[in-house]
Design a protein around this ligand. Sequence first.
Ligand code: DP6
Length: 396
Amino acid sequence: MSEVYSASVTAPVNIATLKYWGKRDTKLNLPTNSSISVTLDQAHLRTLTTVSTGPQYLASKLYLNGHEETLNKPRLVAVLMTLKELRKEVEAKDPTLPKFSDWNLLIVSENNFPTAAGLASSAAGLAAFVTAIAKLYQLPQSFSEISKIARQGSGSACRSLFGGFVAWEMGELADGSDSKAVEVAPKSHWPDIKAAILVVSADKKDTSSTSGMQITVNTSDLFQYRIKEVVPKRFVDMKDAILKKDFNAFADMTIKDSNSFHAVCLDSTPPIFYMNDTSKSIIKLVNLINDQSIANGEGLIAAYTYDAGPNAVIYYEAKNEVKILSTLYKYFGELPGWEALDDALLAGVKSVEGPIIGEDAFAASDFDVSRLILTGIGEGPQDTDVSLIDEKGEPK
Ligand code: DP6
């Protein structure tokens, strides 16, 4: 029987606070602007990937959540080719190593969150895919170097190579060798950052990010202003706000950047709409929460952001958790997701009495939210002993 070599890792989801939107090179997946994200806690959102190799595999195969998927996509082919080239360099230096670079791969991947939630899982998926193969191949490259390979698979995936607060530096070089992810600050710098994801019911498929951003690059005038005037300054200022743990400034820029991204989508021809009426009601609700905290002299305490779909992500600090979640509980009631809170906190959230923020501003029908994911800032990719492939080299 031939030997099976395997490796497993988990990788996190990240949600941008300064959005990547636009490519200057579609083949190498190079962005028109730098971006910043928060890595979310893998206890609630992560991809687990096991990869194995051996001479007995007749073809490379990929399984996602129990279903076989094609590896025959240009971006995946490019990612695999780059990883194999790097493995060849390792083998050239130590000829006693097995020739993994000549063999096929079995890649088995699973998310710990419902696919039906409509959450973009491509970042965690690609990051786990690349990190697991890099581990199997024993590549000596740093995580920033590996992030360039993940970037080729899906731009936002490069930011899932680190925990905490992460920047994707757009770079200037035509070959993309300086377009990579770097850590702005680890989770331990500001561990109190929490995220509530409101999964909004959507009835139709959105324009994919990949095609949506190209429509914007090719048709929006406002987009030129965004990438030349707005983002470069915001990139510096947002890193500064993170380093100073200035939530008011961080929230202000996060909100403005989500608005700016959706504005350039609307300014595209044909216009692209990712937010729906529920998304807009949630914006209004977050604004009311912030109006009150500003009036109390606390500044902004909640920051909303939306990606290429209607789901809301609200960032806040742990000290304001009961205030924010009690407002959400009043509006959304019993939903899947509250059980993630520990009992004492949940009891505290449910027991808040008195006038609720914005009581008269909404009708129940304004909010079509189907699920809540209560999470927080998290760590980057992790090694794990859990394997999705058995000793015979078959998916479990
Ligand atoms: C709105 O990374 O999915 O989430 O590089 O074409 O795979 P591709 O795009 P993708 O785009 C993400 C866009 C975004 C903003 C962000 O995550 O920065």
